[in-house]
Design a protein around this ligand. Structure first.
Ligand code: CAO
Length: 469
């Protein structure tokens, strides 16, 4: 202890009996000048007391829970060689060890300590636990945070913590040294639960947090900027009775495909009304005979036929982008999928080579596939190879909707319920049966004008039933 000096609590703004909430060093430890020694907490702020000089700690004299005031003994320190004649600018006060009268290093430290009041310890706001932080305290905290934030981060941000919520970080209940430590590791204090006194976040808490993140399985790599914000998780039971029902296998599969399409394809929906007054008259006239032959002739069979005409006229609607996204694959076959509502969820059976079928054959295949779909007996092959999809809600109702494209197809036709509407024609309003069409398309492949032309063409074909028979 020959050369030991005593390191004392410096000016802490006149506060008395301040709590020691963390002791950051131990006996025998080699420290640098500015190493945080202890964290003190008043009812307004937490502050670290930094070392006045480098050296080796001979004995720590404080423990967590002690109360201190200016001048209280923190520890004894054998100054490092570099300190021998260094002028003292240290923030913490010090005086020579009692057992070392006349020791040069200690003596000079003591003399300077007495001559110059020690700089105050660095305070920081203590989040919600510090409702009345003074203006100067708040400024100090902000300056501390910005200084550290501006410094290059030594370690890459911890895995899974790509961003730091600055507001939550600044509110977190932690000492300046813990903040600095967290910054260096890229850890977000806002996400760490403190285990220290009154829930304060300690160095150990930060270490445990980073360890936990590093040992968690890595998330699949996402393209830069492609991470999706998460939907909040809510405990619904807090608000009333609930029943939890697992999704069906089909719902899980179709759900992820719908989401993939929604995220990857820029969707636009073009709306149009088709005048199917004549078509419906013909359908009703043919329905009875078709029924005798076991065919249920619904508007959908006519719509499938009309879509094939439109696809032949506008081949881009019967295409897909290739895997590179740089080439369009134009398909010379016309396999029309249709969304079928089944007790287990949505499926899309495909009418293969629908361009080779007449209205009755289309109606027959439609009915057979719908029945199989509802019975859950569709084979995988009966749901593959589609080039364009129709989603008809016409048997249920509605005036328009925005169907999601069955990717990698590039367009889908939504059909709503037909209804009588007044249509202005040659100076008079006439009652006409109008069929609402909603055409969603992949805007990477199809321009808006082309989509409008397709929809107008389709409406025209549906309006001229003779061309469909
Ligand atoms: N306007 C007015 N009436 C219509 C109509 C329309 N657009 N489309 C069908 N109808 C009538 C039919 O003519 C039939 O009446 P009749 O028996 O008097 O002739 C009745 O509505 C029921 O038709 P349907 O729905 O049973 O038959 P369909 O051929 O029109 O459709 C199918 C078959 C499998 C597509 C349909 O049953 C179905 O499942 N639709 C739901 C599709 C779906 O869920 N889409 C959403 C996907 S995205 O979530």
């Amino acid at each position: 202890m020959t050369n030991a000096i005593e390191v004392l609590v410096p000016d802490i703004g006149g506060f008395k009996d301040v709590d020691v909430i963390e002791v950051l060093v131990k006996d025998g430890q080699e420290i640098e000048k500015e190493t945080p020694l202890v964290t003190l907490e008043t009812d307004k702020a937490a502050m670290d007391v930094p070392a006045p000089m480098s050296g080796r700690i001979t004995q720590v004299k404080l423990k967590q829970g002690d109360k201190v005031s200016e001048g209280s003994l923190i520890l004894t320190l054998e100054p490092g060689a570099a300190q021998a004649n260094a002028p003292r600018e240290a923030p913490a006060a010090s005086r020579s060890g009692a057992a070392a009268p006349g020791a040069t290093t200690a003596a000079s430290a003591q003399a300077q300590s007495a001559a110059a009041p020690a700089a105050p310890a660095r305070p920081v706001t203590t989040g919600s636990a510090a409702p009345a932080a003074t203006a100067s305290t708040a400024v100090a905290a902000a300056a501390d945070a910005s200084t550290v934030a501006a410094a290059p981060v030594a370690a890459a941000p911890a895995r899974g913590e790509a961003t730091i919520d600055e507001a939550a970080f600044s509110k977190a209940y932690a000492s300046p040294s813990v903040r600095k430590f967290a910054r260096e590791l890229g850890a977000d204090l806002g996400r760490i639960k403190g285990t220290g006194v009154k829930g304060r976040i300690t160095h150990e808490d930060v270490k445990a947090h980073v360890k936990r993140i590093l040992s968690a399985p890595a998330a699949p790599a996402a393209a830069p900027g492609s991470a999706l914000p998460k939907v909040p998780v809510v405990d619904f039971a807090l608000f009333g009775a609930i029943e939890v029902k697992p999704l069906s296998r089909i719902q899980k599969i179709s759900g992820s495909r719908l989401q993939a399409s929604w995220i990857n394809l820029p969707h636009v929906t073009q709306h149009e009304d088709a005048d199917i007054t004549d078509l419906e008259a013909v359908r009703v006239a043919l329905k009875g005979k078709a029924s005798q032959e076991g065919v249920r002739l619904t508007p959908l069979a006519f719509i499938v036929k009309a879509c094939i005409s439109a696809l032949q006229e506008f081949p881009r609607f019967n295409s897909s982008l290739d895997a590179s996204g740089e080439n369009l694959v134009l398909k010379k076959y016309f396999n029309i999928g249709f969304a079928a509502d089944t007790p287990n969820g949505l499926v899309v059976p495909v009418i293969p080579n629908a361009d080779r079928l007449d209205i009755y054959e289309i109606a027959r295949v439609l009915a057979a596939l719908s029945e199989k779909a509802r019975a859950g007996k569709l084979k995988n092959t009966e749901m593959q190879g589609g080039t364009f999809t129709i989603s008809s809600l016409g048997g249920i109702g509605g005036t328009a909707f925005t169907p999601i494209i069955n990717a990698p197809e590039v367009a889908i036709l939504g059909v709503s319920k037909s209804s009588q509407k007044p249509v202005y024609d040659k100076g008079a309003f006439l009652p006409r049966l109008m069929l609402p069409l909603s055409l969603s398309y992949d805007h990477r492949v199809i321009d808006g004008a082309e989509a409008a032309r397709f929809a107008v063409f389709l409406a025209k074909v549906l309006g001229d039933v003779k061309g469909l028979l």
